[in-house]
Design a protein around this ligand. Sequence first.
Ligand code: DX5
Ligand code: ZN
Length: 224
Amino acid sequence: MFQVVPSIFAADFTRLGEDVRRVEQAGVKMLHVDIMDGHFVPNFTMGTPITESLRKFTKLKLDHHLMIEDPDTYAPIFIKAGADCVSVHYEVCRNLDRTLHMIQDLGAKAGVVINPATPVMLLENVLNIVDYVLVMSVNPGYGGQTFIPRSLDKVRQLVRYREERRLNFSIEIDGGAGLENIAEIARAGVDWVVAGSSIFHAPDATQAAREMQRIAHEAISIQV
Ligand code: DX5
Ligand code: ZN
């Protein structure tokens, strides 16, 4: 089912709780939590204390995107802290099948992420395992970048693959999504659209999230 997933990377960390309540009021079901280690990407974000605080503060699902070199060590720690969904980058996993099963065995949903330069076909042998695939529509590490349009070709490829093989994974996209391209993104078949700056840097985050959901649902219903 289609949903907008606000990325707290773009929130105001001095009033994170207020920003979370704003998007809760818009009816979102999940928050995107970007974990960066300064190695896999040239930036840092947050650690488990934020996950623990969020877990106590909200009932929203917590979708953790691990942009880190060593997901095998840290995925269990974030799951223990309260992560519901954990995605790991294809580019860093030497034993991807094992890592995905480990995440699921610990009770979380397991996702695999591909960077803009990584082709979908490399996922062929894990699409029957994963709960979701995250297609990066920017190079990871920063918010507020420009959406890479060819990411939607990857989404369409995944939709075809899912139909042909009768699989169930969800398709998520991350980076550069906003009011101007949400209709096209939804029409391509994306299930979860991550949005950071287009929600939290808008004058009214509740209204921005609602508007994105509205435009997307309209785009999908017109298509059918
Ligand atoms: C980028 C992160 C994104 C980021 C998206 O590396 O993975 O989740 O928060 O931000 P926007 O929506 O501003 O492109
Ligand atoms: Zn992300």
